[in-house]
Design a protein around this ligand. Structure first.
Ligand code: ZN
Ligand code: ZN
Length: 436
């Protein structure tokens, strides 16, 4: 068996808000820096991208698609009529075209320039049936995010609720940036499915592409082997998930759907009777004070889940009522079947990672992850010590110290689980807080 690091959910310039410079060559460059071997192609049902991929990708002796020395799995994301996003993997271009033909009657944008992530007028089980009948494989994307996801607020609570009899053909879910195995294994309905940790990258920036990936134990990087691993058959499996620390994701915390402030709970100095009435508003947060923040938070979550809480900041600012929405962590609190995770025996380890770009940004106190200063520093450390994942996880701290003692001290803190996080939410990524 061989080991391959794979990030299996990417987009193309034919999806909205994707970098125009994203292509196979720029993807390849980032793969080298990150230590990735297999990528999803993204958007393979979109006609221009499909043509581009057909021209560029070659098949190797095992039937795996490759471009230079990086392997590719034909992949797309689809939105069904319940506005649930699903990731799909295909064996070959014939299969892509057959499925495209079957979906065309149900979609107005699948053949369009912006059809990278097509919307189809099919219910989730209908879509799963079409995909699996052709031999491709499908599962929910970023399963817990507050938008366009199977487990979002007021939507489904189990796989069966969504896919009904077609649940038997769901072999994986994608966790999404704000969730990890620890959170997802609080749902009993997920005990038999494989977890994927993918980046959903909209750019080749190393902060985006490969920020999450899966380590596959397979014979070769073909679709056939990936399929066996997702089904955990013949000894094929995912042996490690690596993803952002959930608090670094964009949707970890509750937020106001209008002003996008995150809601947090703080300990009040004196006893407060009337819960939720004492709060403070800052640019990004609404802090609610309580003598018992945990109890207050639990009560609050229940009311947010019932759409009963309006944003106090928007009320003050515009005199209007805008609803507070659950983040990934609170939604899992609401639909979970156990207080703590119950990991099935097959579940691999999950590493909560902090991207090296974030570490450099925090040290230099720079907000943008595309800043030249940050990227230069990133490229320098990668060329001397890389790839990134090796630096973060395996490389002896003494070696990193020789390059840069401050970066070394942050990586040591990360490895020892001593980093403090400001949780993300409402579309804003979380942050690491350094004490240096
Ligand atoms: Zn999506
Ligand atoms: Zn608001």
């Amino acid at each position: 068996m061989n080991i391959f690091n794979a990030d299996l959910h990417i987009h193309s310039p034919h999806s909205i808000a994707v970098s125009k410079t994203l292509n196979l060559d720029t993807m390849l460059e980032t793969c080298k820096k990150k230590g990735l071997n297999i990528l999803g192609t993204g958007d393979v049902l979109q006609p221009d991208w499909l043509k581009y991929l057909e021209n560029k990708l070659e098949k190797d002796k095992d039937g795996a698609y490759c471009y230079k020395d990086i392997y590719f799995i034909l992949q797309t994301e689809i939105e069904d009529q319940e506005s649930v996003h699903e990731v799909v993997f295909f064996e070959d271009f014939d299969m892509v075209k057959n499925i495209q033909k079957k979906l065309v009657p149900y979609s107005t944008n699948i053949l369009g320039e912006w059809g990278g992530r097509p919307r189809v007028n099919l219910s989730p089980p209908e879509l799963v049936d079409i995909i699996s009948d052709e031999g491709a494989i499908i599962g929910p994307a970023h399963a817990f995010t507050p938008f366009k996801a199977i487990f979002r607020q007021n939507k489904f609570k189990t796989l069966k609720d969504c896919y009904q009899d077609a649940t038997k053909n769901i072999f994986f879910i994608e966790l999404g940036l704000s969730a990890n195995t620890h959170l997802a294994d609080r749902l009993k309905c997920l005990k038999d499915v494989t977890f994927l940790s993918n980046s959903d990258a909209h750019s080749q920036n190393p902060r985006s592409l490969g920020r999450e990936f899966n380590r596959f134990d397979i014979d070769n990087p073909s679709f056939e082997e990936i399929l066996l691993a997702l089904k955990r058959k013949d000894g094929r499996k995912i042996s490690l998930n690596v993803g952002l620390h959930p608090k670094l994701g964009k949707y970890y915390k509750m937020f106001c759907n209008k002003c996008r402030r995150r809601i947090i709970f703080k300990k009040a100095k004196k006893t407060i009777q009337n819960v939720f009435n004492q709060y403070s508003i800052t640019e990004n947060f609404i802090a609610i004070f309580s003598s018992n923040p945990q109890t207050a938070k639990n009560q609050y979550i229940k009311q947010v889940a019932d759409n009963k809480i309006v944003c106090p900041a928007c009320k003050e600012e515009f005199g209007k009522n805008f609803k507070v929405k659950l983040g990934v962590s609170e939604r899992i609190d609401v639909i979970s079947t156990s207080e703590n995770p119950i990991h099935p025996d097959h579940r691999p380890n999950y590493i909560n990672a902090v991207p090296l770009i974030d570490i450099i940004r925090s040290i230099k106190n720079i907000k943008s992850s595309t800043s030249k200063t940050v990227l230069n520093e990133y490229n320098k450390i990668i060329s001397e010590l890389g790839p990134e994942f090796e630096i973060l996880i395996n490389l002896p701290i003494s070696k990193i110290e020789k390059f840069d003692p401050t970066i070394a001290s942050v990586i040591r803190a990360f490895r020892n689980n001593e980093i403090e996080y400001t949780p993300g939410g409402g579309g804003t990524y979380g942050q690491i807080n350094l004490k240096i």
